[in-house]
Design a protein around this ligand. Structure first.
Ligand code: PRP
Ligand code: URA
Ligand code: MG
Length: 218
């Protein structure tokens, strides 16, 4: 974990009681589906807002109603979202709530439940994606196989790796290691880094299968 904390590519939400309280509800296997959706949506909004802070900004001065000048900043550049279907789609509403008319591409990758290996089925991306910064959305980072495959799809479409921010809820150290070694230029923004993977490549302590809990396919 200490080696991970040194990684400049990795940003976690602060360990405030508010964040830990939300994670406690989500991790509890007794949490109802309605609560799981509600509290996931709250936490997803926070990681999205955190990730937006790593996009490029330029200085902008504005005059306040008191007649004073505030030395502020404004976002510069073009951005889009890309969700890794299916669980990543749960993050789209939070992104739309922050960036009203944002374009959102999709990459359908499914992890084989026995081997843990990812399989790419489909992608549909904004045509001008090579000119954009990309918020790549998936709440779970386990082995890193799915996220790395999604980054490869983006790179093939002309996106520069240093313009990719992977936005996540729970990450395993193994996935962070794989992703940051393979793509040293991308950033990872997550709520919390967990201990390890189990023999079935599930995150421990984790949250279970996020997609199944959020979409009700348990
Ligand atoms: C989950 C999750 C990630 C992936 C993480 O998706 O949403 O995409 O597994 O595991 P990895 O880092 O080892 O690749 P899954 O394929 O189970 O599909 P789902 O979104 O339909 O739940
Ligand atoms: N996908 C999930 O939803 N949970 C895990 O722990 C690993 C992959
Ligand atoms: Mg799943």
């Amino acid at each position: 974990m200490d080696a991970l904390n040194d990684k400049k590519q990795l940003r976690t939400l602060g360990t405030t009681n508010q964040i830990r309280g939300l994670l406690t509800i989500l991790r509890n296997k007794e949490t109802s589906r309605a609560d799981f959706i509600f509290y996931s949506d709250r936490l997803l909004r926070l990681v999205i807002e955190e990730a937006l802070g790593y996009l490029p900004f330029a200085s902008q001065d504005v005059t306040t109603p008191t007649g004073s000048v505030y030395n502020g900043v404004e976002f510069t550049g073009k951005v889009c979202g890309v969700s890794i279907v299916r669980a990543g789609e749960s993050m789209e509403n939070a992104l739309r709530a922050s960036c009203r008319d944002i374009r959102i591409g999709k990459i359908l990758i499914q992890r084989d439940e026995d081997t843990g290996l990812p399989k790419l089925f489909y992608s549909k991306l904004p045509k001008d994606i090579s000119e954009r910064h990309v918020l790549l959305l998936d709440p779970m980072l386990a082995t890193g196989g799915s996220a790395c495959q999604a980054v490869e799809v983006l790179v093939e479409a002309g996106v520069k790796p240093d313009r990719i921010i992977f936005v996540n809820l729970i990450a395993a150290p193994e996935g962070i290691q794989v992703m940051t070694e393979r793509f040293p230029e991308i950033k990872i923004v997550t709520a919390e880094v967990d201990e390890k993977l189990n023999e079935k490549k599930y995150i421990i302590p984790g949250i279970g299968d996020f997609g199944d809990r959020y979409f009700g396919t348990l």
